[in-house]
Design a protein around this ligand. Structure first.
Ligand SMILES: NC(=O)c1ccc[n+]([C@@H]2O[C@H](COP(=O)([O-])OP(=O)(O)OC[C@H]3O[C@@H](n4cnc5c(N)ncnc54)[C@H](O)[C@@H]3O)[C@@H](O)[C@H]2O)c1
Length: 409
């Protein structure tokens, strides 16, 4: 199949490599950075005339491929998805679908009206880890599912990068953290149980990454900070360990030396003190959900963990399932029996999410090829998780008020 990529950043590049590894062709690329287009030509074999710097030119060229991957940043998804649908593309769309509830609903309705497929990159459904948990639940071994506890540990350094200094630090500019980070988790809760959500409530706040907690002697930028050697959020330490996380101008390599050069610039937001930015998204939040048949679910999302990991516990009437996705190990404890451990194999060498990205991509392409096959990440299923995120944010802002989503039977 011929694939067009809109946004050849981290995700776009990964999708491109997966597509090529499965024998598909990257036919066209659009990215606002010239350097990315050079990469498209040199590494992905895209013809120069099919590389576009402006989305307007890309869309004006008509439908150039069988499918399009939309992997630009969140705020462009709504506009680009509607334009791609109008041109007749089936779309693999990065999450979140869009930033507002009405935009998400409009995209889903438009896809239905135009009879086009949209797969949303809810890649966790495809990970061998969550596939195994789903298989165990569906087999009935743990009886009726009563509770799910899901914890999204964002990791102190990852949180500081993305949600204090970086792209998702301010909900006015992008979206609430519970949508940006946890539409995956909400989607998992719905998919694993096979239930809809009846009502939910949520609490959470931004408490730690505020000026009140700035250490004595600290400055607005790590460059000028006397306290930085004792600060775990010291940008010079975080990005020396992860130089590829600091954006570079066209043509510059992602080296430690270049990362430091960027941090030294007063306008660079990755060099800011984490206690002195214009961030407003929560640093810890919980959501309590009542699903159909009185299944209860709880989601905690928080910044304060040493590593980035998701922990899942599913409790049934006959046993419980526990696991941490990044460890790829699941424990099944049937009551009165010895716990059983499953080691999950998943290293495909390309995916960023425990093997989920590649399986999702290939499943979506298969569904486009075979018209009657349903993709597990079809937009209709994904929409509900996004609506739950908006409801959770509404509840949080109303001091935990219960939001009713559908009538209890
Ligand atoms: N499915 C997941 O689990 C998952 C994980 C990470 C990110 N994401 C989502 O994927 C998307 C991309 O994230 P990323 O980490 O690859 O970001 P990125 O910054 O690495 O890549 C975005 C690319 O889009 C390009 N771009 C920006 N504006 C553009 C425009 N108007 N037209 C064309 N190109 C444009 C940028 O130059 C960049 O190359 C985001 O929506 C993000 O939320 C999803």
């Amino acid at each position: 199949m011929k694939v067009a990529i809109l946004g050849l950043g981290a995700r776009g590049m990964m999708h491109s490599k997966i597509a090529r590894s499965a024998g598909h062709t990257i036919e066209a690329v659009c990215d606002v950075q010239k350097e990315r287009l050079v990469i498209a030509q040199n590494q992905l074999g895209v013809k120069k005339e099919n590389c576009f710097l402006k989305a307007d030119d890309f869309f004006a060229a008509g439908k150039l491929a069988d499918i399009i991957v939309i992997s630009t940043l969140d705020e462009t998804h709504y506009d680009y998805t509607l334009r791609a649908l109008t041109l007749g593309y089936d779309i693999l769309l990065e999450k979140p679908i869009a930033l507002k509830q009405n935009e998400i609903e409009e995209i889903a309705e438009t896809a239905k009206r135009l009879n086009r497929k949209i797969g949303v990159c809810h890649v966790l459904r495809y990970t061998p880890f969550y596939q195994k948990i789903k298989e165990l639940i569906d087999s009935g071994v743990i009886g009726k599912v009563m509770n799910i506890n899901q914890t999204e540990n964002v990791g102190y350094y990852h949180y500081a990068h993305s949600f204090v200094r970086g792209n998702w630090h301010n909900s006015e500019e992008t979206c609430p953290m519970i949508l940006a980070k946890c539409c995956h988790d909400l989607d998992l809760i719905l998919w694993l149980t096979g239930k809809h959500c009846v009502k939910l409530s949520s609490f959470g706040s931004l408490d730690y990454f505020t000026s009140a907690n700035q250490p004595n002697g600290a400055a607005d930028r790590c460059k000028d900070c006397k306290a930085r050697d004792n600060c775990v959020f010291n940008a010079y330490q975080i990005y020396t360990d992860r130089p590829t996380w600091v954006k570079q101008p066209d043509g510059e390599d992602y080296t430690v030396e270049n990362a430091i050069k960027q941090l030294d610039k007063n306008e660079n937001f990755y060099g800011k003190c984490v206690f002195r930015t214009d961030n407003n998204v929560v640093d810890h939040q919980m959501v309590n959900l009542v699903l159909e048949d009185n299944v209860l679910a709880h989601l905690t999302m928080q910044a304060f963990s040493g590593e980035v990991y998701r922990r899942t516990q599913v409790c049934g009437t006959l046993g419980e399932i526990n696991g941490v996705m990044e460890e790829n190990r699941i424990t099944l404890h049937l009551f009165g029996k010895e716990p059983q451990t499953f080691e999950i194999e998943c290293d495909d060498g390309l995916s960023q999410h425990s093997g989920g990205d590649k399986l999702l991509f290939l499943d979506f392409l298969d569904c486009v090829e075979k018209d009657d096959k349903e993709c597990k990440a079809e937009i209709d299923c994904a929409v509900e998780s996004h609506l739950l995120a908006f409801a959770a944010e509404k509840s949080r802002l109303q001091n935990g008020e219960t939001i009713v989503l559908r009538k209890e039977k």
